[in-house]
Write a protein that binds this ligand. Sequence first.
Ligand SMILES: [Zn+2]
Length: 250
Amino acid sequence: MSVSSHLYRDTAVVLRTYKLGEADRIVVLLTEDNGKVRAVAKGVRKTMSKFGARLEPMSHVRLLLYRSRSNSETALDIVSQAESVEPLAPMLANLDRASQGMAVLEAADQLGLEREPNPQLYRMVVGVLRTIAERPAPLVVPAFYWKLLAAEGLRPELDACVRCGEGSDDDTQLVAFDLQEGGVLCRSCRSGVPISDAALDLMRAILGGRLNEALAAPESPATHEVGVLATRALEHHIERRLRSIAMFEH
Ligand SMILES: [Zn+2]
């Protein structure tokens, strides 16, 4: 490989940044083609930095990067150029939108793997940040979580009891949701937490190709229920994955 092959272009969302020394910053990027990448932005904390505010969390940027020569997965690349794709970060200046945006970045940071390309995750993150910026709604972030889980092969069963298969010709029979079981349960099998008909309808809309319908739903106890379930489901998945990685490493 020639030296120039260590220079590469990619597009990314900045997940988080932290200080390095007096003037530099490490940026954690979710890239389109290279998975999660850690890179040093030199001089970024100086007032006249050529990067300006382009490398803040939630920034959507086109980058030129130097790949570190080390083969270590955690080695730092170096940001050579950064230009803004679209100004997502300023649109998120509103506190509520900003906290929704941060929740998205955190989930992406947890699920993205270092240098493991996941263009689908990248596209989902860009899409949900745009939605938060342009037309925020109570279910934007919960829907993102459920779709992330579905993309990881963890689509919950919503149409029949996961234990006995009792179907949904009568929806009122499905009364509980159990993360361990992976879906809804009927009255006689119930475990986990209760789920209302309205929340179940919203989850079916999210995962059944009627996302716009779910995003149009005004804030209600049902949207809150779906939000709480989505957060628990994502945490459950991340914990289980961290445990299996720890076991694999021992
Ligand atoms: Zn059952």
